[in-house]
Design a protein around this ligand. Structure first.
Ligand code: HEC
Length: 154
């Protein structure tokens, strides 16, 4: 009788642990929403254009490195922001990544079109609205998106 109870207990605990592990994994993927910019708005024309990552690398060097670091590796201080640093783009926030290239590009494009102010009382650096302020043309935005995606596929 004693042995039977211990076996039952072990079996029950095993099932319980497995169920908890499955619930933890399932819950994570189901609730992890992609990061979105603080400024509203949809995707721009760039998402319908084919980007050239070689041209994108030059655009990145001229427009993005000062805040996101060489090859998007980050490490740039952002005093007054909750994170304390400008986010790295290599590796990029995993919630922006998608196996579907169109979804991945759209997630990045929203930040490029409309800009974003990071959380915190007075962030020194904010993501500029390259699209809305016409700082970059749609083709240039498509090119820099292609480059950022390439950085994350290495
Ligand atoms: C003046 C500084 C600055 C420049 C220049 C800049 N960014 Fe940003 N970028 C930021 C900040 C700050 C954030 C974080 C915004 C937030 O948390 O809401 C950000 C966020 C992003 C994000 C979202 C990443 C994430 O983890 O949420 C992407 C993608 C991005 N930038 C791409 C670019 C690209 C591409 C360029 C160049 C065309 C660029 N940025 C130029 C400051 C900058």
């Amino acid at each position: 009788m004693m042995r039977f109870n211990l076996k039952m207990l072990a079996w029950f605990l095993g099932v319980l642990i497995l169920a908890m592990a499955l619930a933890a994994c399932g819950g994570k993927t189901a609730t992890e929403e992609p990061a979105r910019p603080s400024n509203p708005g949809g995707t721009g024309e760039a998402v319908n254009l084919k980007g050239d990552p070689v041209k994108g690398a030059e655009i990145f060097e001229a427009n993005c490195v000062s805040c996101h670091g060489e090859e998007g590796k980050g490490g740039v201080a952002n005093p007054g922001s909750e994170d304390g640093e400008v986010p790295a783009l290599n590796p990029i926030d995993p919630t922006l990544v998608s196996q579907d290239a169109q979804t991945f590009a759209s997630n990045i494009d929203l930040f490029l079109e409309h800009g974003s102010t990071p959380a915190g009382n007075s962030p020194a650096l904010s993501m500029p609205k390259f699209g809305d302020d016409k700082m970059l043309q749609p083709q240039e935005i498509a090119d820099v998106i292609a480059y950022v995606i390439q950085l994350n596929q290495k």
